[in-house]
Design a protein. Structure first.
Length: 281
């Protein structure tokens, strides 16, 4: 009798332990309570009227310009356009914009200011769903400016599959090496990798014009008394107001590009001053 009672109690314990397993498990995505690439626990969400994207577009078009619905809607589809550059997440943005379609791209709706799973902010660029990702999102519908159907101020409810961005490699290069790599790109092409380039600011082709924290242009070379080897074009100056002086040794960080098939340059990169010009502090 004692033996049978022990077996019965053991079976009850197994059943009770199994019942504690989370009921809702989300697909890969970001969650403030999870780290790394672990799978977040998806908070159950029963709000939202489930409709097709064509139905959502029709509702938007029936609204006065810039008026949002009182109801919350839920749409499922595939990302067809990324309107937010993943590399701007989270440095510039913690929510994202994209277009969603459920009919192979024949029609799509813009999704604006969308948060991640469980209405959390995006904290990693690798959590941004790229084109081809299959999602369910919720939010209000709006007829933006009377011409653009949008789902706005919502969040991702579910991720069925995700195409993730890859973190760019960092390449350390001399001015000459960066020039060669840039001009090897297609005309107008930009590198996938981030380059770190050290060089001296040259007097030739120099502009001290500052606009919105960026210096219009200057050229760098691997030697002080050099020539126009690699161009910095509208790059961010350290303090946002002071142009980098001729003769300074600087570090450019950003993607390189082949401008017009003839010019190796970095646009919108970051400038760090390594050495002031001789005779200056």
């Amino acid at each position: 009798m004692k033996k049978n009672l022990f077996v019965l109690l053991a079976m009850v314990a197994v059943v009770m332990f199994s019942c504690n397993e989370p009921q809702y498990i989300g697909m890969p995505g970001n969650n403030e309570k999870t780290q790394g690439d672990s799978i977040p626990v998806l908070i159950p969400d029963t709000d939202g009227i489930v409709i097709s994207i064509d139905s959502a577009i029709a509702i938007c078009k029936s609204l006065p310009a810039d008026q949002a619905t009182a109801e919350i809607y839920k749409l499922s589809g595939t990302v067809t356009v990324n309107s937010t550059n993943p590399e701007d997440v989270p440095s510039k943005y913690t929510n994202i914009n994209f277009k969603l379609s459920d009919n192979g791209g024949k029609t799509s709706i813009s999704c604006y200011y969308i948060n991640n799973i469980n209405d959390t902010k995006f904290t990693k660029m690798t959590d941004v769903p790229l084109v081809g990702s299959k999602l369910t999102v919720r939010g209000t519908l709006i007829n933006y400016k009377g011409s653009t159907p949008e789902l706005k101020d919502g969040f991702i409810v579910r991720i069925d599959s995700i195409v993730r961005p890859t973190i760019p490699d960092t390449v350390y290069a001399t001015c000459a090496e960066a020039k060669t790599a840039a001009l090897a790109l297609p005309n107008g092409g930009t590198s996938a990798d981030v380059y770190v380039i050290d060089g001296y600011v040259q007097s030739a082709g120099y502009s001290n014009e500052i606009s919105k924290g960026q210096q219009k242009w200057f050229w760098i070379d691997d030697v002080k008394a050099g020539s126009k080897v690699f161009e910095a074009y509208w790059c961010n100056v350290p303090d946002g107001t002071t142009p980098v002086p001729v003769g300074a040794k600087v570090r450019l960080t950003g993607k390189i590009m082949n401008y017009n098939g003839t010019t190796a340059e970095m646009k919108n990169g970051k400038i760090t001053i390594l050495e002031e010009p001789q005779g200056q502090e």
